[in-house]
Every structure is written in structure tokens, then in C-alpha cells.
Design a protein around this ligand. Sequence first.
Ligand SMILES: [Fe+2]
Length: 223
Amino acid sequence: MRYTLPPVQTSKRVKIYVFPSTGVSLVRPENGHPRQDSMKEPVLLQRLRTDHGHIGRVLTVLENQIRKLDDDGEGPDFDLLANLVDYIGEYPDAIHHPLEDQLFDHLVNKGLMPPEHKLVSVNLGQHVEIIAATKKLARDIATVLNGAVISAIRLKEHVDEYIDTQRGHMWVEEQQLFPLAEHMFSDEDWAELEHLCEATRDPLFDKTVARYEDLYRYIVEVG
Ligand SMILES: [Fe+2]
């Protein structure tokens, strides 16, 4: 079933996420444990990077669906979007970010320089903001599904900002924080953290939860 929102009247400029200015130097030859090309990436980082790839695919679906607000066509599939946002709440927000929180907590205990410490703090704060933004998005979509009218412009703005923030956040983690952790952690550190990924599975991409089957199929075939 499709639901129609009032058309977007103007194309508002998308707010661009501003990456934190960190001044972080990732080259710290002293006391570091740089990974050689021949060394395997730590299991926890493999898991987090795989998650990021999956989150990226989900965000692309969200982006493409919300663009349909601009079309004269049938508009976004809000049932699909509700399922998609449910997934973000259930896995990226509830499992993935807390995994990263534990990684970054461990990193803070390694004695970071002030700019590095600030970068970690900003990132941890963004996890809280992203989780709140997901809940707001879920409420907006539920409002549409319940037949109430909400501003298409506001919804589009919120989704655009949400997507930009998520992508910027993952970029900082992949380009700055994960390499910093690789540099600072010893094999013993990684072994200590490895158990974190054992108990949890991704309900969508590991195909463990039936109510995400349609969304999974959509992502594979269309997204
Ligand atoms: Fe994160």
C-alpha cells in the first residue's frame, strides 16, 4: 500500500555534514602497532566495516525512496521505509554502535592525545544523536502510515540530514578512528575485544529475522 504526502514545493539545499576538524595525526611511529599488509585485519574491524557496507546500502534505499517525494509518481513505499527504519533501530543503533562504543572506550584507555580524545568524544556523542534521529524518523513514518499529514519538506530535510550525518560519521570512523585503533592496539588488545562480535548477528543481512525478508529482497534486487 502506498501513501501520498503533499508534494515538495521547493528544493531546499541539503545541509552538508561538516566533518569535525580534528588535527589528528595518524602517523605515530612511537609505541604503535601498525598492521603490515600481510597481516589480517582484526575480526572486530572486519565486522564493523562489513556493517558499514550494509548500513550504506540501507541508506541508499532510504535516499532513493525519499527522492520519490519529488516525483509526480506514487511516492515512497512507507511500509518498506518503516521496516527499514525498524532494522536501523534493531541492529545498527542497538548492536553496531554499542560495539563501536566499546572499541572507542578501549581506545580512550590507551592514552590518546587531546585532538584524538576529542574526536572519539564527538563520535560517541554522534551515536546518541543518531539513535535519537532514528527514533524521530520512525515516528514520522508511523504518522504517515496512520494517515496523519506531515510536511513532506520537513520529512525530506530530516532524511537528507540523517543520511549525511550517518555517512559522515562512518567516514570519520573508517578513515580516522579505525586506523587509529589499529595503530594503538596490540594483538592482546584485539584478542580482548574479539569476543564482542560473537553473540550478535545482523537480522537483515544474516537473514535471521523473517520480517526483514522483503526488505532484504528489495535491497538485493533494487537497492
Ligand atoms: Fe559509529
